[in-house]
Design a protein around this ligand. Sequence first.
Ligand SMILES: NC(=O)C1=CN([C@@H]2O[C@H](COP(=O)(O)OP(=O)(O)OC[C@H]3O[C@@H](n4cnc5c(N)ncnc54)[C@H](O)[C@@H]3O)[C@@H](O)[C@H]2O)C=CC1
Ligand SMILES: CC(=O)C(=O)O
Ligand SMILES: [Mg+2]
Length: 550
Amino acid sequence: MSLTALPSSTVSAPGLVPGLAPRIPPYFLNTDHRQRCLAQLRSKSTGLEKYIYLSGLKERDPNLFYEVLLGNMLEIIPILYTPTVGDACSSYSHIWRRPEGLYVSIENKGHIKQILQTWPGGLASRIAVVTDGSRILGLGDLGANGLPISIGKLDLYIAGAGIKPTSTVPICLDLGTNTQKFLEDPLYIGVRRKRPGTTEMDAFMEEFMQAMRDVFPMLLVQFEDFSTDNAFRYLDLFRNQYRCFNDDIQGTGAVILSGFINAARLSSAASGKPLSEHRILFFGAGSAGIGVAKQLLSFFSLLGLSEEEAKSSIYTVDSKGLITADRKGLQEHKKFFARTDYQGPPLTNLTDIIGFVKPTALLGLSTIRGAFTEDVVKLMSSLNTRPIIFPLSNPVSLCEVDYSDAIKWTNGSVIFASGSPYKAMEFEGKVYEPGQGNNMYIFPGIGMGAILSKARHVTDAMVEQAAIALSSSLSQEEQSSELVYPRLARIRDISAQIALAVIRAAQKDDVDENTLFRNLGDNALLDYIKAKQWQPCATHNSNASNAPRL
Ligand SMILES: NC(=O)C1=CN([C@@H]2O[C@H](COP(=O)(O)OP(=O)(O)OC[C@H]3O[C@@H](n4cnc5c(N)ncnc54)[C@H](O)[C@@H]3O)[C@@H](O)[C@H]2O)C=CC1
Ligand SMILES: CC(=O)C(=O)O
Ligand SMILES: [Mg+2]
C-alpha cells in the first residue's frame, strides 16, 4: 500500500488516555508516524545520511521500517541497495553504530561453529548472504566494510519475497584486505592483514561451510561479491555439496537472460531479423560478465540452436581487448568464450571490436564509467534499428553510459537496462522508461523457491526457470510500454511466480526435500507461496496494542 494513498489519518488510540503513557505524546497516535518518518528521511541531504537514518529506524522499530520500505520501494531501495549502499560500504568503518550482522574472522579459524552459534536466529535461520568484501559492487576490495551489501540484499529478500526478517543472516567474512588505505585507517573495523593465499582461504571456507550446515541445517547460502576467481572457485567446490548459489554469477545470469529475451523480441520486431541472429558483445569478462554470457547460451538453446552455435554468437572483451584463444596466460574462466575466428593484431579499441563483431547487443560489466562513448553508442545505432545496450556495472558512478546519453545518441531507439536505477526521461516530446537489469529481481524468488522446497542444491534448471518466469511476468501494460522488466512495485507478486517456477524445477531435478508440493496444482501452490510472505504488522494507526513500543 502506498503511503501517499493513505488518508491523512486520524485514527484514534483506544486505551491510550493522555497522562497514562506520559512518554508518548498524548495525540501522537492521531498522526501517521510513517509520514513523519518519510519527512525525516527526505530532510537528509545526502544518500549516506538517508542510509544512516534508515538503519537507525530499523533498529528502533523493524516493523515500522519494513512498512515504510514496502510502501515506498522506488524511493528507498536505491538507498538500502545500489547505488547508496556502495557509499555505506566504502565508509562503513566510519559510520558504524551497532552490530547488525555476523562477522566471521580468519582469526576464528578452528572455532567457526562457536561463532555461528552466537547468532540469535539459530535453527529458524533460512537465508544467509555471505560476502568476503573482496569485490563490493564495482568498488573493489573493501574488506570488513562489506557487511552492508549482505544487509541490503537481505532487505530485498524481506521486501521483495516476504522472507521473515528473523530468518535472515547477514555475514561478512573478515579475511583481511589488500587495500592499503584501509590497513592504514585507524578506524578500520577489520583484521589488519593482507588476504590469505588460496590454501589458507580454502581451508577457512571448508570449515565455514561445514559449520554453517551444522548450525543452520535449513539455511541457503548466497555468495555475494567475492572476487572473480574465488566466486567461480567456491561455486564449483560447494554447489553440489551444500544448499548455495552465487548471486553475481547465477543471479545476474538469470536476470539478464530474462531482460534479454524481452529486449531481443523488441529489437527483432523492429529489424525483422530472426531471434537466432542476435550477436552479443560482453564488455567485461569477470564473474558477472562470464556468468551472464554462460546463462545467455540458454537464449539460443531455447530457440533450438546447439551449444556450439550459441557460443559462436557471444563475444567477450576484457581490459586487454577481444578475448581470443591464442592469448597467452588466459584465466580459466575466460577460456570458454575465447574466439578462434579472429587472426590479427589484438583488437583493443571498442569501436574496432564492434566493427568486427557487428553486435546487436552490447552488455557492460566492466566497472568502467563512460566506456560506452558517443562513438560507441552511435556505431551500435548505425548497425541496428533498435540496439540493445545494457550498461550493468554498479554503482551508478561506474555505469558504462548514462540513460540520457544513450537515449540522445540513439534518437530514442535504444533498448536499455542498467544495473543501478535511472529515472524515466522525456526526449523530443516522448517519455522513455529505462529497465533495471539487476539481480535484485531474481534472487528473492530463487531463494524463496529453494527455501520452501528445501532444495538440497540450486540446480541450473532452477536458475534458468527463474529467468523464464521473470521474462514472462510482464503485464499487458508493461509490454505495451516496451519494458524489459516488470515494475518494481510488483516485486512481491513477481517473486512468488519465480518461486513457483523454481520449486517446479527443483521437483523435476529431484532435489526437493520437501515433496509435499508435488501434488499441488500451480494455482494452489502460488496461493500458498503468497500466503507465506511475511508482512510487517501495522505499527501505527490500527490500534493501541500495535503502538510503537515504549
Ligand atoms: N547489474 C547487476 O545485477 C550486476 C552487476 N555487477 C557489476 O558488474 C561489474 C563487474 O563485476 P565482476 O565481473 O564481478 O568484476 P570483475 O572485476 O571480475 O570484472 C570486471 C571485468 O571488466 C574488465 N575490464 C576492466 N577494465 C576494462 C577495460 N578498460 N576495458 C574492457 N574491460 C575491462 C576486466 O578485465 C574484467 O574482466 C561490477 O561493477 C558489478 O557491480 C555484478 C553483478 C550483478
Ligand atoms: C548487483 C550486484 O550484485 C553487484 O553489483 O555486485
Ligand atoms: Mg553482487
